[in-house]
Design a protein around this ligand. Structure first.
Ligand code: 3BY
Ligand code: FES
Ligand code: FE
Length: 415
């Protein structure tokens, strides 16, 4: 971190008031953005892909993380990740996107790497050239119940294994490794990555989501004593649905208890199985399943949703009939990629078991509504007139996100 940036970040971190939104430069300033890449994206475990994108040996995808580009690929049964940087003179090896590859060949001078990253061939080198010294630089990679995470740090946060072990039992019944990608969308939002994450961490704004609110209870984030009067009828329905869902979860032996450790550890997370409104099965207008072939070996679609939120860049809704993953990647101080992936059982047939329009409708609309809110927030916090404002109690997960983020910056400043 350049000394001037260090001083500005240190001062802003010291001024951060608990319970209030962050100061403007955190969202707008190039130096702060660069610090976020260093302190967060180059240090933490990041959600970047799903196993179902890489079902066969040789399948690969590249992800851009700030200035980094990472290749994730399946080498036989093993997931591997490498920096997408040739060990000769540094050229990008693979273009952005996914596909299937045999050996990895750099297009510049044809250095050729195996799918395990070893340099197999470098044309016209002298006799004493040792290819063993020039394998691709590896990146830590790990699948958790079908969700693929990478960590760019040499020493990743040590608590990830524990978090993975606590999450996996919740995901296991849905067998996301046996799923297929039904659809994926990339939405470039006109806002800082933290505004995208903060927006996801509250339902204070949920009346802007009419499609979602058919089934998503708007009382998310409220407690018994602070549910507002206008949400009371929905809360009553929620309490009935919740009681029934708990019986179902107990009967089917599905883990459902809330675990909320969003800011007390490096790999902050929150997981909970929770009821949905109406038919209680899926994010559709009537709440009925969008895909009639269920995930894993689940016996009923009426399971509500498994909601998983992770710091710094992801959230997930895993249902009986499908799953949706959301990954956030920073592009610029005011530009962020939101990648959304819909998963269904690998044997589900489009047009027979599911109609893609029905499957995608709610979260496509919700993402677009959220993107408009994020863009407005970005515009507002860019004004010299902006000053941090207070979070309502129902925004406690936004506060948890900011507290987690500020803790990461403090760690970075101490390095
Ligand atoms: O996707 C989510 O989990 C969040 C929670 C509330 C608003 N948004 C729908
Ligand atoms: Fe890759 Fe030369 S930069 S082969
Ligand atoms: Fe929203």
């Amino acid at each position: 971190m350049p000394p001037q940036a260090r001083a500005r970040v240190r001062d802003a971190v010291a001024r951060r008031a608990t319970g209030r939104s962050l100061e403007g430069p955190f969202y707008t300033d190039r130096e702060f953005f660069d610090v976020d890449i260093e302190a967060v994206f180059a240090r933490q475990w990041l959600f970047v892909a799903v196993d179902a994108e890489l079902p066969e040996p040789g399948d690969c995808t590249t992800v851009e993380i700030g200035p980094y580009s990472v290749i994730v690929l399946r080498d036989d049964d093993t997931l591997r990740a490498f920096h997408n940087v040739c060990r000769h003179r540094g050229a990008r090896i693979l273009d952005p996107g996914g596909g299937s590859t045999g050996n990895l060949v750099c297009g510049y001078h044809k250095w050729t790497y195996g799918t395990d990253g070893t340099l197999l061939h470098a044309p016209s080198q002298p006799a004493d050239f040792d290819p063993g010294c020039f394998g691709l630089r590896t990146v830590h990679v790990r699948s958790v119940g079908g969700l693929v995470f990478v960590c760019l740090a040499e020493e990743p946060p040590a608590d990830f294994a524990e978090v993975a072990a606590r999450i996996e039992p919740y995901l296991r019944p849905h067998q996301l490794r046996r799923a297929k990608v039904a659809a994926r969308t990339d939405l470039v939002e006109d806002g800082n990555w933290k505004l995208v994450m903060e927006n996801n961490r509250e339902c204070y704004h949920c009346d802007g989501h009419p499609e979602l609110l058919r089934t998503f209870f708007p009382t998310y984030g409220y407690t018994e004593d602070n549910v507002p009067a206008q949400l009371r009828p929905a809360h009553e329905r929620y309490l009935r649905a919740d009681a029934e869902m708990r019986e179902t979860y107990e009967r089917l032996d599905l883990p459902y208890a809330l675990i909320e450790e969003l800011h007390i550890r490096p790999t902050g997370f929150r997981i909970q199985r929770d009821a949905l409104d109406l038919a209680g099965e899926s994010f559709t207008p009537d709440g009925a399943a969008a895909c009639c072939r269920l995930l894993g070996d689940l016996a009923t679609p009426r399971l509500g949703h498994l909601a998983l939120h992770m710091q710094p860049n992801s959230w997930f809704h895993v249902l009986g009939d499908h799953a949706i993953t959301f990954g956030v990647l920073p592009l610029a101080p005011d530009k962020t990629l939101l990648r959304t992936t819909w998963l269904v059982h690998q044997d589900a047939t489009e047009g027979v078991d599911y109609d893609p329009d029905t499957l995608l409708r709610v979260w496509t609309a919700t993402n677009e509504q959220d993107a408009r809110l994020v863009a407005r927030a970005q515009q507002g916090v860019s004004s010299p007139a902006y000053e941090p404002g207070p979070y309502a109690p129902t925004e406690y997960q936004v506060e948890a996100f900011c507290a987690w983020y500020i803790a990461r910056l403090r760690e970075e400043l101490q390095r």
